[in-house]
Design a protein around this ligand. Structure first.
Ligand SMILES: NC(=O)c1ccc[n+]([C@@H]2O[C@H](COP(=O)([O-])OP(=O)(O)OC[C@H]3O[C@@H](n4cnc5c(N)ncnc54)[C@H](OP(=O)(O)O)[C@@H]3O)[C@@H](O)[C@H]2O)c1
Length: 280
């Protein structure tokens, strides 16, 4: 394991996705282009953005200006919570496509199920149409609980390529990850280092000392060995580079088991069953 090559996983439609990406939530639009360019320079080839983050345009600029071939960079975006309606969803795809200006988007997600806002099944059917038309290379969901997925799978044609959910050592999501896997849906773990909350953990610090790596690297490596896709966010190029240097070491089964034992059912973000926030 001498080199640090980022592996890819195959989505259920055959499209390859790099297992490590760069997250852009809470990177201000004015800072996004430089942050994404630095990430690409450090070797990242997968960027996660969303209409809600307000920085799609700057992500697209960075990818275009990087000089890296378009087909070597995987870009994900997500339709905003005010687009839960078939016509609005079609419009959301058009606006994201225009803002990114990178041609067909590699992966487009329904950001939240919003069970009391519109109907995610109708919204999904609109994404299925845009996917069939070639405007999107793959489509998926985010923050979907098992019940939301069951309804989607029973009523639509295209199985989501991914389910992007909150997951980290304190909120491991084992049953939902199992359900995803059983249905050919790749799990993407958002907030992989729990937005910094794991950094003072004594067990992780102990393992970090054992392997000679940082706590962030150990935590990210644990996700990789579970088979999930991750995209830690950092506004610091040095920390972004640190977060990508995780493919030249391994955690032992015993070390992974000690991290598994940290699960505490501690959700940081909103509960998807009750979250129905729509921007003005
Ligand atoms: N689908 C959804 O609903 C959803 C929700 C949330 C997030 N996401 C996606 O997931 C991505 C990652 O999640 P996240 O940004 O919420 O949390 P995260 O990646 O777990 O943590 C980011 C935080 O950790 C710090 N950090 C990063 N690397 C570090 C390191 N090596 N050492 C010390 N501190 C470090 C960052 O600070 P600095 O920037 O100062 O380094 C930032 O405060 C997002 O950017 C977004 O793309 C999706």
């Amino acid at each position: 394991m001498a080199d640090n090559t980022i592996p890819s996983l195959d989505l259920n439609n055959g499209v390859a996705i790099p297992q490590l990406g760069f997250g852009t939530y809470q990177i201000a639009p004015a800072d996004t282009k430089a942050a994404v360019l630095a990430a690409l320079e450090a070797g990242y080839r997968h960027i996660d953005t969303a209409q809600m983050y307000g920085n799609e345009r700057e992500v697209g600029e960075a990818v275009r200006e990087s000089g890296i071939a378009r087909d070597e960079v995987f870009v994900t975006s997500k339709l905003n919570n005010n687009a839960h309606d078939p016509a609005a969803a079609v419009d959301a795809v058009a606006r994201s496509t225009e803002a990114l200006d990178l041609g067909p988007i590699d992966l487009y997600l329904v950001h939240w199920p919003l069970p009391e806002v519109g109907d995610y099944v109708d919204t999904w059917r609109a994404l299925e149409d845009r996917y069939a038309a070639g405007a999107l290379r793959s489509i998926g969901v985010s923050n979907f609980q098992r019940s939301h997925l069951e309804r989607l799978l029973a009523n639509t044609e295209v199985v989501p390529a991914v389910n992007q959910i909150e997951a980290h050592p304190y909120f491991q999501q084992t049953p939902l990850r199992t359900f995803n896997r059983e249905h050919g849906i790749v799990t993407e773990a958002w907030a992989p280092i729990a937005q910094g909350a794991v950094l003072d953990d004594p067990v992780l610090a102990e393992i970090a000392a054992e392997v000679g790596r940082s706590v962030a690297q150990v935590t990210l490596r644990w996700h990789i060995q579970r088979g999930d896709v991750i995209f830690p966010k950092s506004s610091s190029p040095a920390r972004a580079a640190e977060n990508s240097a995780i493919f030249d070491f391994e955690l032992s089964a015993a070390q992974s088991a000690r991290i598994d034992a940290l699960d505490a059912d501690r959700r940081l973000g909103p509960d998807p069953d009750t979250f129905n926030w729509v921007p003005a």
